[in-house]
Design a protein around this ligand. Structure first.
Ligand code: NAI
Length: 343
């Protein structure tokens, strides 16, 4: 199998080179993101390997099919950037459902602690030998209420971490787990009761802008919003207004709804065109990291191993547990209902 590896970065290569060499998969590393303009770079390959900010829309899928490419191997869990419905019957889509929920959950807590204890500000101050404490008063997490939206792999690890801090944990999930240890409440109650809200559900048509102005209005004054899931869960303009009105006390964002044009690249020498992002970053109570919650050695190794295993399994057996299919309604349950490949 020859795979065109789009949007490759130096930190991807060591782990992917290790596992692809072991299994005889040839990778063609490309720095370009996959989109309608770059799709022809995959000519001559059997599949493409893509990440969160590659564009796999209907036009790209049709062109991949014309090029005789039958496989899209996502090296991530989320697949909101892939038109899975359009891919059905044309190109098989594989993903890495889990690689390290700990990486993302731990980063989420790191952001929360950094924000509420002003570590990001203290770091800059002490480097300038300024040891003043003015403006650094934080608050204890112990005894506070955290609302976790999405209680899957990452949400549950994050809930455990919060329990370790002595927090009261509320949860909302459209498909609640059968777990008496999780205190599920309705979405409105979660918004009204939580001092901290953390998003861990996928981006779908239903969850798009779930944190909009109506949702922020229901929140406690001074709520801390954490988003390490997908940017478009949050209406960024509504967030900005809610920060200006002091309704939102702090926001920690590892993802941003328009991130694909900006994140993962060095834009330090450019004028930032995105006014909302620029304004958010200028706020003293906003921390933005550039979609790095997944970025641990353990996660990178797991991503590479599972992606290559998906490709090899699919080639050998014509099916793969990690294939995505929309046809069964709930995409992720497809293989439970039909063990064979999707088409
Ligand atoms: P998961 O599939 O294990 O859990 C997602 C949970 O969200 C499930 O319990 C599901 O029932 C729930 N859910 C689905 N629709 C919902 C809705 N409308 N309202 C409330 N809950 C809903 O996924 P996992 O592994 O926990 O990942 C969560 C998200 O984290 C992914 O979708 C991805 O977008 C994001 N992610 C971010 C990374 C980063 O580096 N920042 C890395 C990996 C994942």
């Amino acid at each position: 199998m020859k795979i065109a590896f789009f949007d490759s970065k130096p930190y991807d290569r060591p782990s992917f080179e290790k596992y692809s060499t072991q299994s005889g998969v040839a990778l063609k590393f490309l720095e370009a993101k996959l989109n309608e303009d770059t799709v022809d770079l995959a000519r001559g390959c059997d599949g493409v390997c893509v990440f969160v900010n590659d564009t796999v829309n209907a036009a790209v899928i049709d062109r991949l099919e014309e090029l005789g490419i039958s496989l899209i191997a996502l090296r991530c869990a989320g697949f909101n950037n892939v038109d899975v419905r359009h891919a059905f019957g044309k190109v098989h889509v594989l993903r890495v459902p889990a690689y390290s929920p700990y990486a993302v959950a731990e980063h989420t807590m790191a952001l929360l602690l950094t924000s509420i204890r002003r570590i990001h500000k203290a770091y800059i101050r002490t480097r300038d030998f300024n040891f003043s404490l003015s403006g650094f008063t934080g608050f204890d997490l112990y005894g506070k209420t955290v609302g976790v939206i999405g209680t899957g792999r990452i949400g549950r690890v994050f809930m455990d971490i919060c329990r370790g801090f002595g927090m009261n944990v509320l949860a909302y999930d459209k498909y609640p787990a059968d777990d008496p240890a999780i205190h599920y409440v309705g979405m409105d109650e979660l918004l009204e009761q939580s001092d901290v809200i953390s998003l861990h559900c996928p981006l779908t048509e239903e969850t798009y802008h779930m944190m909009d102005s109506t949702a922020f209005d229901k929140c406690k004054k001074g709520v801390v919003l954490l988003n390490t899931s997908r940017g478009a869960l949050v209406d960024a303009e509504a967030l900005l207004s809610s920060i200006k009105s002091r309704k939102v006390g702090a926001a920690c964002l590892d993802v941003y709804e328009e991130e694909s044009d900006v994140f993962f690249e060095d834009n330090s020498g450019h004028i930032m065109e995105d006014d909302v992002l620029a304004r958010l970053i200028s706020m003293p109570n906003v921390i933005v990291t550039s979609h790095q919650a997944f970025l641990t050695e353990e996660a990178l190794a797991n991503i590479a191993e599972t992606t290559i295993r998906n490709i090899v399994t699919f080639e050998k057996e014509g099916t793969c547990d990690n294939e995505l299919c929309y046809r069964c309604g709930r995409i992720e349950d497809c293989r439970n209902q039909r063990p064979q490949k999707c088409f």
